[in-house]
Design a protein around this ligand. Structure first.
Ligand code: UDP
Ligand code: MG
Length: 333
């Protein structure tokens, strides 16, 4: 444990002799779990450091929980966290990070799209003083053109309008120092767009580029609707720019309306032109009605976020935790 961390926050976990925790969220990853475990363990044993593998079962419906329990009973380096249901990747990551005891925490996908072989390089960057080591995707093999293009544009849009700079093309694959983990734990919002939270905490960050692999086995848990939702969450959690945009367009339409009215009145007074235009009236009403409903919907979205935050429900619930093969926890957040 480095001294900086100790001074920074006295509340270090009791297992602080662990140097590295590797957090893996798993949702229906039965097909890949053995391969993932083998590849990770190979890398970690070669490093010759004390480590733990934090496997978080995000309410899987296949053989994943059984496979995790099985591994956890064999390998004392595994901490298995079972969530009470599927809470989504962001919550699973939060659970994993909160259960990790290491001085450094690496977050990695279960499907081996993020190569575990890069972990030594991440550790080097951390030892050289980085609190956050971000992994930037140079390429994304095995992903559709549409997914790559939409991801590319989404990150740029988000950066243009959000209050913090979220590094482009970085996923959740990254290393966090204990200090960064502690900083992250201060952000106790329910709506956890992790990439945004990671960026919000700041701290010295190193970016390493890598080539993203195709999934080793199994299928992606995201469909386009899910990704669209995540993108929308990302934007509304980290920016109120959409509200300002709506306000701007309201101002603009009102201005146009005033000009239009002036024009009609002048025309009627000067040219004696009778006011006409039932069709134009209808089209104006429908357009404005649409814009208004849309704006109310957007407002509602932000209000809904506040509503969820106000409830102060836990981000996830834990069904069980296995540490060194033994169950240590029941139904606590
Ligand atoms: N995941 C999770 N909960 C979910 C969905 C996904 O824990 O509700 C995990 C999944 O098991 C994997 C990681 O998040 O380890 C990334 O998921 P996936 O590979 O499906 O996403 P993609 O790489 O296609 O963006
Ligand atoms: Mg994947």
């Amino acid at each position: 444990m480095n001294a900086l961390v100790e001074n920074w926050h006295p509340d270090i976990p009791q297992d602080s002799h662990i140097e590295l925790s590797v957090v893996v969220p798993l949702y229906n990853e039965h097909e890949v779990i053995t391969l993932m475990y083998q590849r990770l363990t190979t890398v970690l044993t070669e490093l010759a450091i004390t480590y733990e593998l934090v496997l978080v079962d995000d309410g899987s419906r296949d053989g994943t929980p059984n496979a995790i329990s099985h591994l956890a009973r064999q390998d004392p380096n595994i901490t298995a966290v079972f969530l009470s249901r599927n809470f989504g990747k962001e919550a699973a990551l939060t659970a994993g990070i909160e259960h990790a005891a290491g001085a450094a925490v690496v977050i990695i996908d279960a499907d081996l799209q993020d190569p575990p072989e890069l972990i030594p390089q991440m550790l080097d960057a951390w030892r050289n003083g980085a609190d956050v080591v971000c992994m930037r995707r140079r390429s994304r093999a095995g992903e559709t053109w549409l997914k790559r293009a939409s991801a590319h544009h989404f990150y740029r849009l988000l950066n243009t309008i959000s209050d913090v700079e979220i590094p482009a093309d970085t996923g959740d694959f990254r290393l966090l120092s204990r200090k960064a983990v502690y900083a992250l734990q201060q952000l106790n919002e329910r709506n956890r767009y992790m990439k945004g939270l990671f960026a919000w905490i700041g701290l010295p960050t190193t970016v390493i580029e890598y080539d993203r692999m195709p999934r080793a086995a199994g299928i992606t848990k995201w469909d386009y609707l899910g990704l669209l939702n995540l993108a929308f969450q990302g934007i509304t959690s980290f920016s109120t720019a959409p509200l300002r945009f709506v306000m701007g367009s309201g101002l603009l339409t009102a201005l146009l309306g005033v000009l239009f009215t002036l024009w009609i009145v002048t025309k009627a007074l000067l040219l004696g032109d009778p006011v006409q235009g039932y069709p134009s009236l209808i089209s104006m009403i429908t357009i404005l009605g649409g814009v208004q409903l849309l704006s109310i919907g957007l407002l509602g979205e932000y209000l809904g976020k506040t509503y969820y935050e106000a409830k102060q429900r836990p981000v996830y619930l834990v069904r069980d935790v296995l540490k060194r093969g033994k169950s240590v926890d029941n139904m606590t957040a």
